[in-house]
Write a protein that binds this ligand. Structure first.
Ligand code: TXA
Ligand code: MG
Length: 326
């Protein structure tokens, strides 16, 4: 049954259509990377600015060679260890890759996902698949087929349902264009894992006129409801008459009446918290709350990716007397 669906999805990709599909990180919205018109539809459906390049997904590490000029040895090491999996490498691209995929950059972001359905789809489509996360630009990434259906349902040609995404945050993006590798986005492979293999990497995004990855815009991955990360018990009385949701890491102490509480991992497991993150924020976002307060997560392992997404989702609003957070 599922095989049939994957086959059907591959036919759609070959004919220049767009398909939402599961990966181990989040759901992607894919098209044939060599078909500029099909890729353009992804931008239209997502309302994504054309300056924001896409990640190209391949089915084997060998496919990278055809798409980039060279693979530095550190990139090779990471590919050997973490593919298939939630790691994207940015390398100098080959000429043939359409400009719309890379937003005119001379570089290409590539990864080989580990989700079996994603791999089957890429193989059956017989082309690399360009795919951003399958959400409207700026909103949270989808981690279930239902999330995609709710937001993009009638605009995509097919949605493959592979169940909830086991990792739950997007891939780590690491660029090899400078002398020292640079982590552009923390994600499913932790900084510790990366550095244990290739040594120290830069972690500050490059400051330029445009962001090197718009997932790095200060406000991104955001729900409609304001998220506040920087708060404490003392300044909560400012919020007495508000409807507030709590995004808790572990079981919360009940010091305020919250309208609703989402616990990311009862046992305090950061991987479990990452897997639950976007779905939990979506559930809170559906409740028409005035505010979502998020508890900080320890910034180790995937905690770094979680805090990165929470900071961007919050746009760095604080609970204090000066700012209107209603
Ligand atoms: O886990 C993931 O990476 C998911 C799944 C679907 O694979 N994809 C994903 O794609 O998160 P997207 O488009 O939502 O985020 C990709 C990020 C964007 O912030 C984009 O700017 C950056 O990758 N990016 C793409 N190509 C780039 C390049 N050549 N140089 C620097 N950043 C790049
Ligand atoms: Mg995205």
């Amino acid at each position: 049954m599922k095989d049939n669906e994957v086959y059907q999805a591959a036919e759609i990709i070959k004919r220049g259509g767009i398909v939402a599909f599961p990966t181990e990180t989040v759901y992607g919205l894919g098209a044939d990377a060599f078909n500029p018109l099909a890729v353009a539809r992804i931008f239209e459906v997502k309302k994504r600015p054309y300056f924001d390049p896409l990640i190209v997904h391949v089915a084997t590490p060998a496919d990278v060679k055809k798409l980039v000029k060279e693979i530095p040895s550190n990139a090779k090491k990471l590919i050997e260890s973490f593919w298939p999996g939630p790691l994207t490498v940015v390398l100098l691209k080959e000429e043939e890759i359409p400009d719309i995929v890379t937003a005119g950059l001379p570089t290409l972001a590539i990864r080989m996902p580990s989700h079996p359905m994603a791999l089957s789809l890429i193989k059956a489509s017989q082309c690399p698949i360009a795919a951003p996360s399958a959400n409207p630009f700026g909103y949270l990434s989808p981690t279930t087929a239902e999330h995609v259906r709710e937001q993009l349902g009638d605009q995509v040609d097919l949605i493959l349902d592979g169940g909830p995404c086991p990792v739950g945050v997007e891939s780590s993006i690491i660029s090899f264009l400078e002398e020292r590798p640079r982590l552009l986005r923390p994600g499913g492979v932790s900084l510790e894992e990366i550095e244990s293999l290739i040594g120290k990497v830069e972690t500050n995004p490059i400051e330029e006129g445009r962001p090197s990855a718009p997932g790095m815009l200060p406000k991104h991955y955001a729900p409609r409801t304001p998220i506040v990360l920087d708060w404490n018990k003392k300044n909560l009385d400012l919020l007495e008459d508000k409807n507030i949701g709590l995004l808790a890491f572990q079981e919360p102490k009940n010091y305020l009446k919250f309208q609703s509480i989402e616990v990311l991992s009862k046992k305090g497991d950061i991987r479990e918290a990452a897997a639950n993150l976007f779905a939990a924020i979506r559930r809170l976002d559906a409740l028409d709350l005035d505010l979502i307060l998020a508890e900080p997560i320890p910034e180790v392992g995937l905690g770094r990716a979680i805090m990165d997404r929470l900071r961007r989702a919050s746009g760095n609003i604080e609970v204090n007397g000066d700012k209107n957070i209603g």
